[in-house]
Design a protein around this ligand. Structure first.
Ligand code: BES
Ligand code: MN
Ligand code: ZN
Length: 512
């Protein structure tokens, strides 16, 4: 998808489809009055073209609600799409992101290859003070997210990509001076980097296990690193032995596919001190469960068990291009969890890189094993703050469903920064507890800890297991098992990999 920015008056833009936003003006009090939605543009010609349909009252302007007009009178566009932004005055960066995604996803299956998206007029009270630059960035991100479809292996791909997405920004400039114009242009470029980085992660998550082995994930990470100028190393079995990564290696031992220890480094010039942020990702390219094998139903989904690792790679891509002034390393632990004659067995005891011994109760609790050594390694490399992302537990979906991901932290300051990051990223995370009560449940009779601790509170137990390896380094753990895959398509995002974690991790990093 090519993107362009236009400062021209919206009514004159020649395009296959012009998308404009509308807001719902209905208030609780005015239920009977049924006020009509308003169009969020100051352009009189566009207003006139949309007036007829808005007056019918059939269209409300609800979030991501759409209505299409063909051959609209008095404007240069061939089609006019009205996209709802929800209640007037309540728009957020994320609702703009979704609206742009909705416009793109409306166009794709209809063979419309060119979309112009008009930003809301700053003269109208559509939000509580979103700047022109913020809505610009949000719209570009949303357009890229909307443009992604998961059907990469279809001989005839159903939804072709949008060729050109033009962002019409004239209306959003409060002061049409050069200073704001420069800020909007910078935000436009930033939105593209972030949207493309999220899609980079999604394209990895979408790959089936046979097309994306740990080795191939390592190659893809290295190619990306080279392209954007990150330092990188990809190691395998020998290095795992050398580093005494007994927990990570034990997961890989059942597969003929060798593991990959992927390390990326972002070292900005002139930043030799201060925090070193460590991003750690679970990269299980396929999770059969191992000897504690999973049931056949839905096992195909376990190709996305590397979504946490992919999120960290996507975040690193954006970091390399946006160049924040803080050092960052990423450690992705990639392996295939298979049953075989060489696989680890329930009852086995493994020695992690930290020296702790782990009794394996269930070989399907493998994510925490690879992350244990990933966290230890990131700390050994000097990380002062840690964040990890993993499709770690089914229990997180039981607790939070598919709309919200889980977050855990041993440090309120680090978590505070993460919460602030969420306001920008628009991703939904909810903090859940750690604590000694969970640590009690993973005490082992034969060794230091065991890798499962019963069914109740499974997400917190898994998080507490990781806590044993993060120790007292400020650390955030993201459990994205319930949110890494979109099970039902939405107006603004396709069914398939969500790319969750990329944007929040990026904003968290930028807050240091
Ligand atoms: N990869 C799974 C978790 C998962 C489940 C991810 C569903 C995405 C969707 C993880 O490795 C796993 O198998 N966890 C077990 C842990 C249990 C054995 C303690 C689980 O959640 O059942
Ligand atoms: Mn598992
Ligand atoms: Zn897993």
């Amino acid at each position: 998808m090519r993107i362009e920015i236009s400062f021209a008056p919206v009514a004159g833009i020649v395009t296959e489809m012009l998308a404009v936003l509308a807001a719902d003006t209905q208030t609780e009090k005015g239920r009977d009055a049924k006020p009509l939605p308003i169009l969020l543009t100051a352009d009189a010609a566009v207003q006139a073209a949309a007036a007829g349909v808005l007056q019918t009252g059939e269209y409300k302007g609800g979030a991501n609600e759409t209505v299409l007009l063909h051959a609209p009178a008095g404007i240069a566009a061939k089609r006019l799409l009205i996209v709802g932004l929800g209640k007037l005055g309540t728009a957020t960066m994320h609702s703009v992101r979704e609206a742009a995604g909705t416009a793109v996803r409306f166009a794709k299956p209809r063979g419309i290859r060119e979309v112009t998206f008009a930003l809301p007029s700053s003269a109208l009270p559509f939000s509580e003070g979103l700047s022109g630059a913020t809505v610009t960035r949000a719209a570009v991100e949303g357009a890229f997210v909307g443009d992604f479809d998961a059907d990469t292996y279809r001989s005839e791909r159903k939804d072709q990509s949008i060729q050109t997405f033009t962002l019409a920004v004239a209306g959003t400039l409060a002061v049409p001076g050069d200073a704001e114009r420069a800020a909007v242009e910078a935000a436009f470029a930033e939105g593209a980097i972030i949207g493309e980085s999220q899609n980079f992660a999604r394209s990895l998550v979408n790959e089936p296990g046979n097309k994306l082995t740990p080795t191939i994930l390592g190659q893809r990470a290295a190619a990306m690193a080279q392209e954007v100028g990150l330092g990188w190393e990809v190691h395998s079995t020998e290095k795992l032995h050398e580093l005494k990564m007994g927990a990570f290696w034990s997961v890989s031992q059942g597969s003929p596919e060798p593991p990959a220890l992927i390390v990326l480094r972002y070292e900005p010039e002139g930043v030799a001190e201060g925090p070193l942020l460590g991003l750690v990702g679970k990269g299980i390219t396929f999770d059969t469960g191992g000897i504690s094998i999973k049931p056949a139903d839905n096992m195909e989904k376990m190709k996305y068990d590397m979504a946490g690792g992919a999120a960290m790679l996507g975040a690193m891509r954006a970091i390399a291009l946006l160049k924040p002034k803080v050092r960052v390393i990423a450690v992705v632990c990639a392996a295939e969890n298979m049953p075989s004659g060489t696989a680890q067995k329930p009852g086995d005891v493994q020695t992690a890189m930290s020296g702790k011994t782990i009794e394996i109760i269930n070989t399907d609790a493998e994510g925490r094993l690879v992350l244990a050594d990933g966290l230890t390694y990131a700390r050994q490399l000097g990380a002062t703050h840690l964040i990890d992302a993993a499709t770690l537990t089914g229990a997180i979906s039981v607790a939070l469903g598919r709309a919200t991901a889980g977050a855990f932290s041993n440090d309120d300051a680090a978590y505070g920064k993460f919460e602030s990051a969420l306001a920008i990223s628009g991703e939904k995370f909810w903090r859940l507890p750690l604590g000694d009560a969970y640590a009690e449940l993973i005490k082992s009779d034969i060794g230091d800890i065991k890798n499962t601790g019963g069914r109740w509170g499974g997400a917190s137990i898994a998080a507490e297991f990781l806590h044993e390896f993060a120790e007292d380094t400020p650390w955030i753990h993201l459990d994205i098992a319930g949110t890494a895959w979109v099970e039902e398509k939405r107006p603004f995002i396709a069914k398939g990999p969500s790319g969750i974690g990329v944007r929040s991790t990026l904003e968290w990093v930028r807050s240091y």
